[in-house]
Design a protein around this ligand. Structure first.
Ligand code: ADP
Length: 268
């Protein structure tokens, strides 16, 4: 089934904060650079690529020299606003070194509930893709606070990336996380957990295996990824959850290699 990935033309790539920020809080420049290289090359091959990137608060904390994430929502929003600009600056620079133009899109998840907004978002994304530009999307943290955790965790974009995939009818959503894929239990606490190569149905048993706290930097953990997969199934698309340590892994995923966890509804 993974062979269908070879022909995927429209892709959404989602990177979590843990793929972009080192554990000590500084920016993982090699990851950002590799991402720019890989996505530009895919676009040059004739694919249409959209990046959904977290990391605004992480970069903002670094910019403002904050050792600890602030606790209040307005402070987090302020840090995210600083970080979003800095993050885009880094992306724009790195992509430009491969002569690739990027664009920033900030969205709230409710765009799909308002036909007019929905149409405008689709039009903008379609136009950017048509112009060969790589859109870089993040949740608009100033407007939407549901992704900002009230206490210790970083914002994430699992649902937003699935919504974007649905809006532009992408053939695959590649989610890069800090883990190799979806396991039968949390592998960081359960060493006997085994990796699923493929998942064809999101049922309660699976949901139970994905509950529990996420990584230090993430928000959603696995239940949020499974929820995203459910949306992906709803329009018969596919999703791959894989480790974002080496973004070049995207080439192998699109080659149909057995990497990470492949989510696709069983074909009749
Ligand atoms: P990211 O922010 O990189 O997208 P998250 O922190 O949201 O990632 O989720 C990844 C984390 O989820 C893993 O590091 C792991 O600790 C935790 N986890 C919980 N249950 C599972 C499971 N069944 N399979 C894989 N990871 C799991």
């Amino acid at each position: 089934m993974r062979q269908s990935l070879k022909n995927a033309k429209r892709l959404v790539i989602k990177v979590g904060t843990s793929s972009l920020i080192h554990p000590n809080g500084t920016i993982n420049l090699s990851a950002v650079d590799e991402l720019a290289f890989v996505l530009t090359d895919l676009k040059n091959q004739g694919k249409e690529v959209i990046l959904v990137s977290s990391g605004a608060i992480g970069v903002g904390m670094h910019q403002l020299n904050l050792a600890k994430r602030p606790t209040s929502i307005p402070e987090q929003q302020a840090v995210a606003a600083v970080g979003q600009a800095a993050l885009m600056n880094i992306y724009a620079q790195r992509f430009m070194s491969y002569s690739q133009q990027t664009a920033q899109i900030l969205l709230t998840r409710d765009v799909i509930e308002y036909p007019e907004s929905r149409k405008n978002v689709i039009n903008t994304l379609e136009q950017l893709l048509d112009m060969g530009i790589i859109p870089i999307i993040n949740e608009n943290d100033t407007v939407a606070i549901d992704e900002l955790d009230h206490s210790t965790k970083f914002g994430d974009n699992d649902q937003l990336s699935a919504i974007v995939s649905q809006l532009i009818q992408s053939e695959v959503l590649i989610m890069l996380s800090d883990i190799d894929g979806f396991y039968s239990a949390n592998p960081t606490t359960n060493p006997s957990a085994t990796l699923y190569s493929q998942i064809h149905e999101i049922n309660d048993e699976l949901m139970a295996q994905g509950t529990g706290p996420g990584s230090a930097f993430g928000t959603g953990g696995m239940s949020s990824k499974l929820k995203a997969a459910k949306r992906i199934f709803s329009f018969d698309s596919s999703m791959v959850l894989a480790n974002g340590k080496r973004p070049k892994i995207i080439f192998d995923i699109l080659n149909g290699d057995d990497i990470g966890t492949f989510f696709k509804k069983e074909e009749n």
